[in-house]
Design a protein around this ligand. Structure first.
Ligand code: NAD
Length: 362
């Protein structure tokens, strides 16, 4: 059966990776030939990898595997003449233009924020889109489509942070929606556990220290005002992720030898009390006694002292009934409750399909 876009030509900006890549493939599946544009270079203020020439080669291969034509160009959407040259060349070759996906976009949230971050975001996310429309308009005829990709983050007062409930609100809402469905109703114990760092000072330092894995953290993102309300939902549990995570950014940590970034160095009762018992007490107080009785080892690090001595002897009276590592496997009969496996998103799976494969094999 012929696709819905047989004989049409689409231009996609930001085509090397992410949604741009998937737009190229999906439109080609429906029969369109593709003009693919991407910068294929890094922008300094962006903390995560942008599309590369290899990513673009993969987009080309995937479209060609569908027996469609694709012309790939290296061009910067910020530079109108580059974009015009690329698109004019593509249209000359493919004969027409019917669809424009102005999809290239960046999220420059690297700390510390500078004027350059703002300028780059405006240049790409706003100027780049205007340029895409400007250079394609002369090629478009009756019935053509222009699709501009934006972000709801652009409508939020503090971009990614909900002003009332911090980062968790959207997730709690999604959980509540699911719990109200028939499938959710079959899971009365449905709950997601958020492992939190207790020390307010540690959280304040972490918020303001750049970390390439947590670029969305800004001032107030790690406050604890939402804990009690989250715990009260019954759907979002708050549990113990240590006093200060022995976080390397901290000037002082609650550890006798100031060990940082290595939780296996928690080897004495005093250090374990400072990291586990004190954290449990603080979290219990801030959640009105509703904290979940679980501990997640910082960095997934554990040792025999914690799993075989301290927690079996003191776990219960310190408010902990089980502890999680990051050993990526399913639970087995005979596992110690002080050393449970845990698979983590981003490390052990990076897509819903990969998570489903893990669940199916468990
Ligand atoms: N992924 C999300 O959760 C999300 C949320 C809201 C909005 N968006 C928007 O959706 C669009 C696609 O997002 P994504 O997640 O696929 O991003 P992505 O980072 O995976 O891909 C963006 C692509 O755009 C290219 N690009 C960046 N700057 C460019 C420039 N100046 N000129 C040409 N190409 C450039 C990059 O090289 C990359 O290949 C973006 O506009 C983004 O702002 C994404």
């Amino acid at each position: 059966m012929a696709g819905r876009l047989e004989g049409k030509v689409a231009v996609i900006t930001g085509a090397a990776r992410g949604q741009g890549k998937s737009h190229c493939i999906r439109l080609a599946e429906e029969g369109a030939n593709i003009i693919a544009v991407d910068l294929q270079e890094q922008i300094d203020t962006v903390a995560y990898p942008l599309g590369s020439p290899d990513d673009m080669a993969d987009t080309v291969a995937q479209v060609e595997a569908l027996d469609r034509r694709i012309l790939a160009y290296k061009a910067d959407v910020r530079e109108r003449h580059q974009l015009r040259d690329a698109i004019d060349a593509g249209v000359a070759e493919l004969g027409r233009l019917d669809i424009v996906c102005a999809n290239a976009g960046i999220l420059p949230v690297k700390h510390p924020h500078s004027a350059q971050h703002f300028v780059d975001a405006m240049d790409v996310d706003f100027g780049g889109v205007m340029n895409a429309v400007a250079v394609t308009l002369p090629h478009l005829g009756e019935g053509a489509s222009i699709i501009l990709t934006g972000s709801t983050a652009g409508m939020m007062p503090k971009t990614l942070t909900n002003p009332a409930l911090g980062m968790q609100r959207g997730f709690a809402g999604a959980m509540a929606d699911f719990a109200a469905t028939a499938l959710g109703a079959q899971q009365p114990e449905l709950a997601a556990t958020s492992f939190v760092i207790a020390s307010p000072d540690a959280r304040r330092v972490m918020e303001s220290t750049f970390d390439a894995e947590y670029t969305y953290l800004g001032a107030g993102a790690l406050d604890d005002r939402w804990w009690a309300r989250a715990a009260a939902t019954g759907l979002l549990e708050i549990a113990n992720h240590s006093w200060d995570h022995l976080h390397p950014a901290l000037a002082r940590v609650a550890h006798s030898r100031q060990a940082r970034a290595d939780f296996t160095q928690v080897l004495t009762e005093a250090d374990a009390d400072a990291q586990i018992r004190a954290a449990a007490a603080y979290i219990a107080e801030r959640t009105g006694g509703r904290a979940a009785p679980y501990f997640a080892y910082p960095f997934g690090h554990y040792n025999e002292f914690l799993t075989r001595d301290y927690l079996p002897r003191h776990g219960e009276d310190a408010g902990v009934r089980a502890a999680f590592t990051t050993e990526p496997r399913a639970l087995r009969a005979g596992d110690s409750r002080w050393c449970l496996p845990r698979l983590t998103c981003g490390h052990h799976w990076t897509s819903p399909a990969a998570l489903l494969r893990i669940l199916a094999s468990a």
